[in-house]
Design a protein around this ligand. Structure first.
Ligand code: SF4
Length: 235
C-alpha cells in the first residue's frame, strides 16, 4: 500500500531536516571520474571506491588513459573493489566508446549513457544528477529498500521504484531525495535491523508501524516483507 500524499510530504520534509547536506559520496572532479567511480561502486562501498580512485585518478582520469590499457592492467588497479574482471572490461570498453562516439566526453542524456558498457539506469542517473545537474532518482539498494518500506513506492524492481518515485516526488527534489534515502538507509533504516524505535519517520512508515504493532515495543520490526527488505541489484 502506497503512502498517503500527506505522509509523502511529511517524509520528504523530515528527510530534508535530517540530511540537509546529503550529497554524492563518491569523490570525483568531473563526469568521467564519476562514471568510473560509479561503475566501481557496484557491490562495493563508496568508501572503498574512494580509496581506490584516490590512487588511480591522479594518473588515469581520461578515457584515452583507460582505452590504452589492457583489461588486466585496469583490473590490477581496481582489484580491491571486487568484480574486477567485469568492471575492468567495462571501463576499457566504455572509454573506447566515448572516444569513438563522443569525442572523449561523457554524454549527458540517459539514452546515450545506457549505451555504454556496464552502465544501467542507476549509474546513468547518478551521472546525470551529480555531474550534469539533471533531476534524476538513481535507485540503488538503499533507495529501493527505504522507499518501499516507507510506502513511497510499492514496487518489485528498481525500474518500477524509480518510475513510482518520480510520480510521487516533485521533480525539483528528485536528486536530493535520492541522497536523503541513501543516507537514511545507511544510518537508520538498515537492511537487516532497521532502527525503527529511533526513526523520526516511524509515524509515516507502514513497514515500521506494522513492526511496532507486532512486537508491541520499540524494537525493530521483523523482516516480514521480502520485497521491502530485499536488496535491489546495483547496476
Ligand atoms: Fe526504516 Fe523503520 Fe524508519 Fe520505516 S520506521 S524508515 S522501516 S527505520
Amino acid at each position: 500500500m502506497a503512502a498517503r500524499r500527506a505522509d509523502t510530504q511529511a517524509i520528504l520534509e523530515r528527510l530534508q531536516q535530517m540530511y540537509p547536506d546529503a550529497k554524492c559520496a563518491l569523490n570525483h572532479r568531473n563526469a568521467f571520474e564519476l562514471l568510473v567511480a560509479t561503475v566501481l561502486s557496484a557491490q562495493c562501498t563508496d568508501a572503498r571506491v574512494n580509496i581506490v580512485t584516490a590512487r588511480i585518478f591522479p594518473k588515469y582520469n581520461r578515457p584515452e588513459h583507460f582505452a590504452a590499457l589492457t583489461v588486466d592492467e585496469i583490473g590490477e588497479m581496481i582489484r580491491d573493489c571486487g568484480l574486477w574482471q567485469s568492471k575492468a572490461k567495462n571501463i576499457q570498453a566504455l572509454s573506447r566508446l566515448l572516444l569513438e562516439r563522443h569525442g572523449g566526453e561523457v554524454p549527458s542524456t540517459m539514452e546515450e549513457l545506457i549505451q555504454l558498457p556496464g552502465v544501467g539506469r542507476k549509474t546513468a542517473n547518478v551521472v546525470l544528477s551529480n555531474a550534469f545537474g539533471v533531476p534524476a532518482i538513481a535507485v540503488d539498494t538503499h533507495v529501493f529498500r527505504v522507499a518501499n518500506r516507507l510506502g513511497l513506492a510499492d514496487a518489485k524492481t528498481p525500474e518500477e521504484t524509480e518510475q513510482q518515485l518520480m510520480r510521487r516526488i516533485p521533480r525539483a527534489l528528485w536528486s536530493q531525495a535520492h541522497h536523503w534515502l541513501i543516507y537514511h538507509g545507511r544510518q537508520v533504516c538498515h537492511a537487516r535491523k532497521p532502527q525503527c524505535g529511533e526513526c523520526p519517520l516511524l509515524p509515516h512508515c507502514r513497514f515500521g508501524r506494522q513492526g511496532q504493532k507486532k512486537t508491541g515495543s520499540q524494537q525493530s520490526p521483523p523482516r516480514r516483507n521480502r520485497r521491502s527488505g530485499a536488496s535491489a541489484p546495483k547496476s
